[in-house]
Design a protein around this ligand. Structure first.
Ligand code: ADP
Length: 496
């Protein structure tokens, strides 16, 4: 009798395994951190063997702790840090270099060169992305150009490329299966999101042999099987999605106009825009949102660099908070922000401003300003930045929304959620299960094996914990939004 689905959540700083039962209750969670490697300023690497070994360790530990056997496991789903690039030897399975992590900016100069030569438009039209070192293409190229003999071996068909999902499946199937899913493929800057295939012109442009690339599948199908050590029962691996798309799915954003925002260290907002590929013209990216056998849906995506991290800074940097969660009571202890605005542009500003020279500022301070006003302004900054994302998402996609689904650590803050609802004039829906990324991977794996029957079964089974409704008069809302924008204006171009 199949009773469980396991989600493997391979993140940037840790690997996690979460066991769900049929009612989507979490039965067991195990987590392991692994080393971050910083060979030079701005460079970030992981050891691919650490990624694999921590991921398998938490899987085995979770299964043992739950006291279940592989016969009871219906399927395994994988969600992963996106864009991170691994190249390995097809025969030996040895990586030829460390994993180059999404955050790594070693190829910024090459990207600027591609932009200078005018390739931005072609890349945007085909992939929905902006040319940036963040995406995999120039990372693969870097490995081929800098590891001795790598390009030659790649051209002879001896090397394989994969994002983290691909690497895990290849290892878990003993080198039999070399696949990825469309959501991960759409972050490589090599995948044509209109034609749903690796794009020959882009492979040529970035100098990447097609033989290295994995087969691209949907996010919900049986790719291969994993044999839990000593058990002899093969468990299907049947779901793959990049972390943000997994969260979109875990939040059941199955229709155009449904959107989610994740409040973690940064904030990530994705909106399903349906089956027509509309490439965002401005400063957001278009990506594959959902990929199932009978539907491919696109999403627009925007992110802010400093979300919950501003609260961490108040706690660890300024030391005016003991715990992040104390920010809620502090914010509520004052009637309003007292005219104080906190723009946390610590490393510049992301969407929609894209100003790497912006720097943080606290504005509007008077003699009456207290530490609580500053804390409140910091919490409000997460909502104001998300408001700007939401405005851009709606403007660029032409799709408007009336509710936003939320997850991530800081969505526990009721004051923040109410303020978000007020400032955007939309309903905020907070689910009971906040592990939406893992849940999304579990749903995808469970749908492929019939563990869960349909999207509507998933949608109907969703439990919403709280709905926050807008409750602010329009004049006040407009004034706050205008003052925020004025504050942002004062931080732009600062460090130039
Ligand atoms: P990540 O997955 O990016 O590491 P999490 O989803 O765990 O992040 O969220 C943690 C972030 O949310 C931290 O930056 C923390 O400061 C912030 N945070 C956590 N709880 C609260 C809270 N109650 N109010 C405001 N911020 C919070």
């Amino acid at each position: 009798m199949k009773k469980y689905i396991i989600a493997l959540d391979q993140g940037t700083t840790s690997s996690r395994a979460i066991i769900f039962d049929k009612n989507k209750n979490i039965v067991e969670v195990r987590q392991k951190e692994f080393p971050q490697i910083f060979p030079k300023p701005g460079w970030v690497e992981h050891d691919p063997m650490d990624i694999y070994s921590t991921q398998m360790a938490v899987l085995h530990e979770a299964v043992a702790a739950a006291g279940i056997t592989s016969e009871e496991i219906a399927a395994i789903g994988i969600t992963n840090q996106r864009e991170t690039t691994i190249v390995w030897d097809k025969k030996t399975g040895e990586p030829v270099y460390n994993a180059i992590v999404w955050q790594c900016s070693r190829t910024s100069a090459e990207c600027e060169e591609y932009i200078r030569k005018g390739y931005g438009k072609t890349v945007r039209e085909k992939t929905g992305l902006l040319i940036d070192s963040y995406f995999s293409a120039t990372k693969i190229r870097w490995i081929l150009d800098h590891v001795e003999g790598a390009r030659e071996r790649a051209e002879k068909g001896e090397l394989l490329f994969g994002t983290v999902d691909t690497w895990l499946v290849w290892k878990m199937t003993g080198g039999k299966v070399h696949v990825t899913d469309m959501t991960n493929a759409s972050r490589t800057m090599l995948y044509n999101i209109r034609e749903l295939r690796w794009d020959p012109e882009l492979l040529e442009l970035f100098g990447i042999p097609e033989s290295m690339l994995p087969k691209v599948c949907t996010s919900s199908e049986i790719y291969g099987h994993y044999d839990l050590p000593g058990e002899g029962t093969e468990v299907p691996i049947s779901g793959i999605a990049g972390d943000q798309q997994a969260a979109l799915f875990g939040q059941a954003c199955f229709e155009s106009g449904e959107a989610k925002n994740t409040y973690g260290t940064g904030c990530f907002m994705l909106m399903n825009i349906g089956e027509e590929c509309r490439i965002s013209e401005g400063k957001l990216v278009t990506t594959i949102g959902i990929s199932l056998k009978d539907r491919v849906q696109y999403a627009v995506e925007g992110s802010v660099f400093v979300g919950g991290a501003v609260i961490q800074w108040l706690r660890d940097g300024l030391q005016i908070l003991e715990k992040s969660s104390d920010s809620e009571a502090a914010a509520l202890s004052v009637a309003d922000n007292g005219g104080v605005y906190f723009v946390p542009a610590f490393t510049g500003l992301g969407a929609p401003h894209w100003d790497m020279y912006a720097r943080g500022a606290i504005l509007g301070i008077t003699r009456g300003t207290t530490k609580e006003h500053i804390i409140r302004a910091a919490v409000e900054s997460m909502a104001f930045q998300s408001m700007e994302l939401l405005e851009s998402l709606q403007d660029e996609s032409g799709v408007s929304i009336d509710r936003l689904r939320v997850d991530g650590g800081a969505c526990a803050n009721d004051f923040l959620m109410q303020f978000q609802s007020d400032i955007c004039g939309v309903k905020i829906e907070r689910p009971e299960i906040r592990e939406t990324t893992a849940l999304g991977a579990a749903y995808l794996a469970g749908l492929a094996t019939g563990f869960w029957g349909s999207l509507s079964e998933i949608r109907e089974g969703r439990k919403i914990e709280t709905i926050f409704e807008p409750d602010m008069d329009e004049e006040e809302r407009a004034q706050l939004a205008a003052d925020w924008k004025k504050a942002v204006g004062r931080t732009l171009d600062w460090a130039k």
